[in-house]
Design a protein around this ligand. Structure first.
Ligand code: GLC
Length: 465
């Protein structure tokens, strides 16, 4: 793979607004599958931004952070309802008319299935930290606009609603998997981003007496969330054995099977799936429900952010090693394993033909996930796995014209309805190669892992100017 061709694709994807670069389009495909791939998606911009930051092109990231901040809270609401100022759009586009240029946001109101982008504001906060680490631009971070924005995001995400656990309760398709896939409730990827966002906010929010209560609440939530995910989402042989022997119908606070999960719900494919060294965080938890599917991005982010404990992180990488063919295959990384099919596919996806088994969100292989995979592999001392994965992606992706995703059990086929020249397929690889080959760039990545102790008080000593 030539680095130049990936960089050319990134260059072509840059979107300008009033003469300034403000982001990158999801794809630079002359014939995109869907019109909105010409827009700047918040989540898609993340690997672009990390690459720009690593190369010292910080201006575009700052512009992006500023413009998205201004677009927040513009979602349509029912008459009489209060608009939440902390919601950020899934994507935005530049509209040119007789009055000049303006940005138009999409909060899911123009998107397929009208999904709410719960992940956007969390990725925005994550990028703010990456920007802070790289530039030390404290004037921007400490400006009233940015501090107010962080407070409003926190107010939305920490508002008490219908949660019965410290995890965040969300509708279906509210993150990278943005179509119906039975990922409603408490999906893992949202919980890891939530954790990253809370930890980032407590580092970047300015200390003041007025903030004390908000920060105390945040600390309590983050500790509870971490303990909850490490205990309840973690699945290894020992835990599986416990579930296998669970008793149902327990009532009262002493219950051990609190969610009333029945052993009969353990799927057949779990039999023999885990060896004594491996484990992972399950895809979702709810009443009477463990979603046993393995979602790669949530697990990898949990390793990167330190939400998974050291031992759990090793267990996750051991699982990748054990099931390399299934989870990495010919084109790393499989988004979810296994795929659902037949009646289950009908019920869980609403018979979505794009999400047929082993395609797209339902078990497709997504090259963009290489950056989080390599980040997690390096963090856990698995350089050989990182190298092998990068080699696999690099040997095909340019020849295939940078597809968005691949199909098939081992990811051997170009995705049936995949876009070509997908920006994050190129930037994922650029970031992965950069951290693999250039250890000085790992510094930023190492800082993605948050210190384990949430000592009382705000501000992280290492982050001050
Ligand atoms: C698809 C993906 C989503 C991505 C968007 C633009 O909808 O599921 O995660 O943000 O395409 O690339």
């Amino acid at each position: 793979m030539s680095i130049d061709s990936a960089r050319d694709l990134l260059e072509q994807s840059i979107i300008y607004y009033r003469g300034e670069p403000v982001g990158t389009s999801a794809a630079a495909d002359p014939n995109p599958v869907a019109a909105n791939y010409e827009e700047v998606f918040i989540r898609d911009f993340v690997p672009s931004a990390i690459y720009f930051l690593m190369r010292g092109q910080t201006g575009i990231v700052r512009n992006f952070l500023r413009e998205v901040m201004k677009l927040r809270g513009q979602q349509a609401v029912l008459q009489g309802h209060q608009r939440s100022a902390g919601l950020m759009p899934a994507s935005f586009r530049v509209i040119k008319d007789t009055d000049g240029e303006r940005l138009e946001a999409d909060f899911g109101d123009r998107a397929i299935g009208r999904v709410v982008p719960v992940d956007s504001a969390m990725w925005w906060v994550f990028l703010l930290r990456a920007y802070a680490i790289t530039t030390s631009d404290w004037d921007f971070i400490n400006s009233d606009d940015v501090q107010t924005c962080m407070r409003e995001v926190l107010d939305l995400y920490l508002t008490e609603r219908f949660e019965s656990s410290p995890t965040l309760l969300v509708p279906d398709g509210s993150f990278m998997v943005d179509r119906r896939m039975a990922v409603y409730g408490n999906p893992l990827e949202i919980q890891t981003l939530f954790y990253g966002m809370l930890m980032t906010s407590r580092e970047l929010l300015q200390c003041s007496e007025a903030e004390r209560e908000r920060l105390d609440n945040l600390d309590i939530r983050v500790r509870a969330l971490r303990a909850y995910v490490r205990n309840r989402y973690w699945l290894d042989r020992e835990r599986l054995n416990e579930i296998h022997r669970f008793k149902g119908e327990e009532i009262g606070i002493e219950a051990s099977n609190v969610l009333n999960v029945y052993p009969e719900s353990i799927p057949d494919w779990m039999d023999g799936w885990l060896d004594a060294r491996s484990g992972y965080l399950v895809g979702n938890q709810g009443p009477g429900r463990v979603d046993f599917r393995f979602f790669a991005q949530g697990n990898l982010l949990a390793v990167l952010f330190g939400l998974a404990s050291e031992g759990e992180s090793q267990g996750i990488m051991n699982l990748f090693e054990l099931h390399w063919d299934k989870l990495m295959g010919e084109m790393p990384v499989k988004i979810v394993y296994p795929a659902v099919s037949g009646k289950e596919w009908m019920y869980l996806t609403g018979s979505d033909p794009k999400n047929m088994q082993w395609s797209y969100h339902n078990g497709g292989n997504w090259p963009v996930l290489i950056w989080t995979f390599v980040g997690a592999a390096l963090r856990t001392g698995r350089e050989d796995m990182a190298e092998q994965a990068v080699r696999l992606v690099a040997q095909r992706i340019e020849i295939d014209n940078w597809p968005e995703y691949y199909d098939g059990r081992s990811g051997g086929l170009v995705g049936r309805r995949a876009n070509f020249f997908q920006t994050w397929s190129a930037t994922g690889l650029l970031v992965a190669k950069e951290i693999l080959e250039n250890p000085s760039n790992r510094v930023m990545f190492n800082l993605f892992a948050f210190a384990d102790a949430t000592a009382k008080g705000c501000g992280c000593p290492g982050m001050e100017p």
